[in-house]
Design a binder for this molecule. Structure first.
Ligand SMILES: NC(=O)c1ccc[n+]([C@@H]2O[C@H](COP(=O)([O-])OP(=O)(O)OC[C@H]3O[C@@H](n4cnc5c(N)ncnc54)[C@H](O)[C@@H]3O)[C@@H](O)[C@H]2O)c1
Length: 393
């Protein structure tokens, strides 16, 4: 135990992704998860198992927020509840760890930013890919000038567990997720923004529901779908127990123009046999691309060589999502207790949602280009000042 007083934490949406909060629970270091809210009995039982019999386990998240001793909360509920849960938590004076995507609409994100600004509370976005060794390697190489100035960013996303994880529950229902270009794409849009140093200002997209609508085996609307991954669920058309409502795309492609002149693209397919993300960033002096556990650099003019001109290995880590989960939680805890620099950004998370949201509108309305609205200048100034303060610390 350090000299600091104990940091007490609550979790809203304690089951599923809410397990992330267990990385923060270190009573011996003065950090304790003391409460969890969820709508299922199973998740509430897990709260007691993980955090002890004294932990509050409740179906009403407001009981967690009413606890004056709780300084920070994880919001790990489904996407369509992020806006309500994050705004209420910030209004209650808590520091918030909010899972991606920030919300399912631009207006929802902007309400959350306004609540953080109004209440002067710490808002931390769970974009854990910024803590992934591969992304850090690419970012470091770009910052070191390996490819000159980034001008083009491409990401191809092979979603190998699409049929298991995204078409059996609320993810498949656009009223609850907007669509998978936003839901899943928020990660990659954020990483492309981060690597290329800008935000999308204009977007255009195409895509459709091309496979999963053909599966007639659906679970009852009263049941929760089983979104767990199974090797034997192959080929994709053999999937069973899909969500009764499926009105999101399983293939989508978007093109982005950034405010710094970069052009980028993101493509996603939900019935790939393997799961992988391939990023290519081209700059004024070369290009980078990731393969398995290496990033390769091409920076000499010659015929194509698959080995590149240099290869950079990155360390595989243990822990959820390649070690990114324990690292992001440790950063959040440190940020709440001591401040200092953080790798993720609420403004960036909002621009990732904005691009994914408008791309979804574009592909559903004749592929027309959509312009991303800016933020109120007071909001930008507030979060810029927070960044400056953290960097000065
Ligand atoms: N960053 C990542 O790598 C990553 C990975 C997985 C999930 N996520 C995000 O985490 C969030 C949750 O995803 P999930 O797959 O665990 O979803 P989920 O459907 O399993 O929901 C999470 C938990 O919230 C609970 N919940 C639902 N309604 C609630 C309510 N009204 N009040 C309190 N709890 C409620 C559920 O019962 C469940 O236990 C999503 O926003 C998702 O995008 C992020």
């Amino acid at each position: 135990m350090t000299g600091q007083s104990e940091l007490r934490i609550g979790v809203i949406g304690a089951g599923g992704r809410g397990g992330l909060a267990a990385h923060a629970h270190r009573p011996e270091e003065g950090v304790r998860v003391v409460a969890g809210a969820d709508i299922t009995d199973a998740a509430l039982a897990q709260v007691k198992e993980r955090y002890g019999p004294d932990a509050l386990a409740t179906k009403d998240y407001r009981e967690v927020l009413a606890r004056a001793d709780i300084e920070a909360v994880f919001v790990t509920s489904p996407d369509y509840l992020h806006e309500e849960h994050a705004v209420e938590a910030l209004e209650a004076g808590k520091a918030v760890y909010l899972e991606k995507p920030m919300a399912i609409t631009i207006a929802g994100c902007d309400r959350i930013l306004e609540a953080a600004y109004r209440n002067k509370r710490k808002l931390y976005l769970g974009h854990n890919m910024r803590h992934l060794a591969m992304c850090i390697k690419m970012k470091t190489l770009i910052e070191q000038g390996a490819i000159g100035e980034p001008k083009v960013g491409w990401c191809r996303h092979f979603v190998g567990y699409g049929g298991d994880a995204y078409f059996k529950d609320w993810h498949a229902d656009r009223s609850k997720s907007t669509g998978l270009l936003l839901q899943k794409g928020a990660h990659d849009i954020d990483i492309l923004h981060w690597l290329c140093g800008g935000y999308t200002k204009r977007v255009v997209a195409m895509g459709g529901l091309t496979l999963y609508d053909r599966i007639t085996d659906r679970h009852d609307p009263s049941e929760r779908g089983d979104a767990s991954w199974h090797l034997e669920n192959w080929p994709p058309l053999s999937q069973k127990g899909l969500n009764p409502i499926i009105d999101v795309e399983d293939v989508s492609m978007m093109l982005m123009q950034y405010d710094n002149g970069v052009f980028a693209s993101y493509q996603q397919c939900h019935y790939a046999p393997d799961g992988w993300r391939n990023y290519t960033i081209i700059g004024t002096e070369g290009r980078l691309e990731n393969f398995g556990s290496v990033v390769r650099l091409w920076d000499q003019r010659r015929d194509y060589d698959p080995d590149g001109d240099a290869e950079f290995r990155f360390e595989e880590r243990y822990g959820g999502h390649g070690g990114a989960d324990p690292r992001i939680v440790a950063e959040f805890v440190r940020y709440v207790r001591e401040g200092g620099a953080i790798a993720t950004s609420p403004i960036a998370a909002r621009y990732a949602v904005a691009a994914g949201y408008l791309a979804t509108q574009s592909l559903r309305s004749g592929n027309v280009p959509m312009d991303v609205p800016g933020l109120r200048k007071e909001i930008v100034a507030h979060f810029d000042a927070e960044v400056a303060e953290r960097e000065a610390a």
